[in-house]
Write a protein that binds this ligand. Sequence first.
Ligand SMILES: [Zn+2]
Ligand SMILES: [Zn+2]
Length: 178
Amino acid sequence: MKININEIPEYGLSLDVHEEGSVLNERAGGTLDFSFLAPVTSHIEITKQGRSFFITGDIKTSLRLVCGRCAKEYDYDYDAPFSAYYERVGKGEKEQELHPEDLEVNFIEGDELDTADLLLGQIVFELPMQPLCSENCKGLCPKCGADLNLGDCGCKPEEKAETKAGSKFAKLKDLKIK
Ligand SMILES: [Zn+2]
Ligand SMILES: [Zn+2]
């Protein structure tokens, strides 16, 4: 949904937004390490002051994430509040105005605020770098690659303690021997 920021009244704007998951998947152009299982619904409130726009709201959707330890896909109900600060800039002005302290600032070029970009950005920002299927996920054995959540693989503890790089090396060694 595109909001014409010129039409945001002085007293602010409050609205419900609905974006199809498929649209957001597409918008991200295959760069996401998760996918949307459901539409994204959000209630947002926008207040403005001159060229500045402050947006708060909540986002609800359902995601399919990949566990950072065991690489298994799992479903995740996303439900989180957010707040974002936007500043309106003229076309091409963005680069010149970007200072390190502006990293928390988003920019609106032109007259339109695209809620698909807004919601996608907030979700990507909010998700953990390493999502876990469960707090206690045991991950994969670095030696043999077995899913340790399904039971012990029989490797010795010191082999399991190997780093990821070490496990690759171990696999190479195995291949050479074969
Ligand atoms: Zn896991
Ligand atoms: Zn193992």
